[in-house]
Ligand binder design. Structure first.
Ligand SMILES: [Zn+2]
Length: 212
């Protein structure tokens, strides 16, 4: 899954956690995956039309996307957030783990349950129209809750969410309908940049809106 991950982050952001914190949390497993692929700890390859939705054969990612490590990263992130902000760690931990749940629904069976264990994945990516619809439904539902729970401080509070949603939608559509990336390393570099840009735009939204 890609932008659908942001739905739960938006749904709970506002009072207790910042939107951009949620944005980092829901993609933490992928934010770790990208450098792990670049340095060769985890492995992926580009296989054109590997699924109906994209071209990723994610055949080795036990440190970021196994069930057991998703739980570990969720706990680490939750405790670290509590140490930093004094509250909200349970929300952040749940958001980090939500990434695995949604990846489990969308991926082919490439998510190890534990190191060397069986691989899980329900394969929604093989149904592109449904997969893309689910991504956008989750994203928009989350943002409707966020926009209701917060109010704009000025014109920026209206513009920033629109810019963020347009950027997310564009990235999703390029990912689903664009040409395959040149290599797994290229995909990992693009992912790091994209997650950074989205978190920065979410920071702008945080700065321009306030909890009701
Ligand atoms: Zn993932």
């Amino acid at each position: 899954m890609f932008v659908g991950h942001y739905g739960p982050a938006a749904a709970v952001a506002g009072k207790r956690i910042k939107l951009w914190h949620g944005f980092v949390a829901v993609q933490l497993l992928d934010i770790l995956w990208a450098p792990f692929v670049l340095v060769g700890i985890e492995h992926a390859r580009i296989v054109e039309n590997f699924t109906a939705s994209n071209h990723f054969d994610l055949y080795h990612m036990p440190y970021t996307h196994s069930l057991v490590m998703a739980l570990v990263w969720s706990l680490v992130a939750g405790f670290a957030y509590n140490a930093w902000r004094k509250c909200g760690g349970a929300i952040i931990g749940a958001l980090v783990f939500s990434h695995w749940i949604f990846d489990f629904i969308t991926h082919k069976p490439d998510l190890e349950l534990w190191f060397g264990g069986p691989k899980a994945g329900l394969g929604l990516w093989d149904h592109r129209t449904i997969a893309v619809s689910v991504e956008f439904a989750l994203l928009l539902a989350g943002f409707m809750i966020f926009l209701k729970a917060t109010k704009s401080k000025g014109v920026g509070g209206v513009i920033a969410p629109v810019v963020l949603l347009v950027a997310l939608a564009a990235a999703q559509l390029v990912g689903n309908f664009g040409p395959p990336p040149g290599s797994a390393a290229e995909a990992a570099q693009t992912a790091i940049i994209a997650y950074g840009v989205f978190a920065a735009l979410a920071f702008w939204v945080d700065a321009s809106r306030t909890a009701k």
